[in-house]
Design a protein around this ligand. Structure first.
Ligand code: NCD
Length: 304
């Protein structure tokens, strides 16, 4: 495997290996400090990011490599009208591996066809976000001890939330998974995601608008931000943005060992009063993102 464009580019065995490597990095970071010496990672971010870009950069630094790149389209030649393909062809001459985020669905796939160096999709529009999913799977494995036999509630913007699409694709390959899809009607999971993963794998699922009704059944509650930047008009966003707000009160009905996840950034959808609950996993989740990205860089660069 040369690129990571879609989470299904990885087999479940490869995902297990990445999780094992990430866990070993967490235990023995000193063994990895020189692994990518003299290697360079380029982060090409045509869309805003905090965690994804910085965790990629920190990952490469902790492997002993270097990083270069840009964090907004306006500061790159795309502002002059350069195509993604041309940018990639050029950056491939400077870097050994490229992580790219772009507002257009499919842009990293196009880039990978042009590139001589590995391309990692760091989020493409409302489509996919495979490295967030690797982060999520590492988190689930560490917090729950397994990736199968889980009832997973996905709540919020299931229409535009790319992290949700990739996570559903990934989890649909494990046994004993059940999804509860919790969203306003307007932000339901797109049927192409439902058909390709949930239905194709015969995964049981429920669809509801009520977080309260679902709460007591869940092993994992995956909250998401309403994706303002993908809305066609501001009124719809304002009407839907506070559809779900998780509070300590609402968590009273949840299982003792449920975990609350969120890819972050959070806006209003989880009250800060929830942060001190031991079930709140989202800041640990963000931290795990660096370790799984270290594992991914090692794999794509074929470092032993
Ligand atoms: C997510 C994204 O960019 O899709 N953030 C992230 O990478 N952790 C989620 C979001 O922006 O809401």
């Amino acid at each position: 495997m040369k690129n990571l464009i879609d989470i299904l580019d990885l087999s479940t065995e490869e995902i297990e290996q990445l999780i094992d490597t990430a866990n070993d990095i967490i235990e023995n970071p000193e063994n990895y400090r020189e692994k990518c010496r003299y290697k360079k990672l380029a982060t090409l971010f045509f869309e805003p990011s905090t965690r994804t870009r910085l965790s990629f950069e920190a990952a490469m630094m902790e492997l002993g490599g270097n990083v270069l790149g840009f964090s907004e389209a306006n500061s790159s030649s795309s502002a002059k009208g350069e195509s993604v393909s041309d940018t990639i062809a050029v950056v491939g001459g400077y870097a050994d591996i490229i992580a790219m985020r772009h507002p257009k669905e499919g842009a990293p796939l196009v880039a990978s066809m042009k590139s001589d160096v590995p391309i990692i999709n760091a989020g493409d529009g409302g489509h996919n976000h495979p490295t967030q999913t690797l982060t999520d799977l590492l988190t689930i494995k560490r917090e729950m001890g397994r990736l199968d036999n889980l009832t997973v509630g996905l709540c919020g913007d299931l229409k535009f939330g790319r992290t949700v699409h990739s996570l559903i694709a990934a989890l649909s390959r494990y046994s004993g998974i059940k999804f509860i899809l919790i969203s306003p009607k307007e932000l339901e999971l797109p049927s192409y995601v439902k058909d390709a993963h949930i239905k194709a794998n015969g995964i049981p699922y429920e669809q509801t608008t009520s977080l309260d009704d679902a709460m007591s059944k869940l092993d994992i509650l995956y909250m998401t931000r309403v994706q303002r930047e993908r809305f066609f008009n501001e009124e719809d966003y304002l009407r839907l943005k506070d559809s779900y707000i998780l509070t300590p009160e609402k968590l009273k009905n949840a299982k003792e060992n449920m975990i609350v996840m969120h890819p972050l950034p959070r806006v209003n959808e989880i009250s800060t009063a929830v942060d001190s609950d031991k079930r709140a996993s989202y800041f640990r989740q963000a931290k795990y993102g660096k370790f799984i990205r270290m594992a991914l860089i090692l794999k794509l660069l074929e470092v032993e």
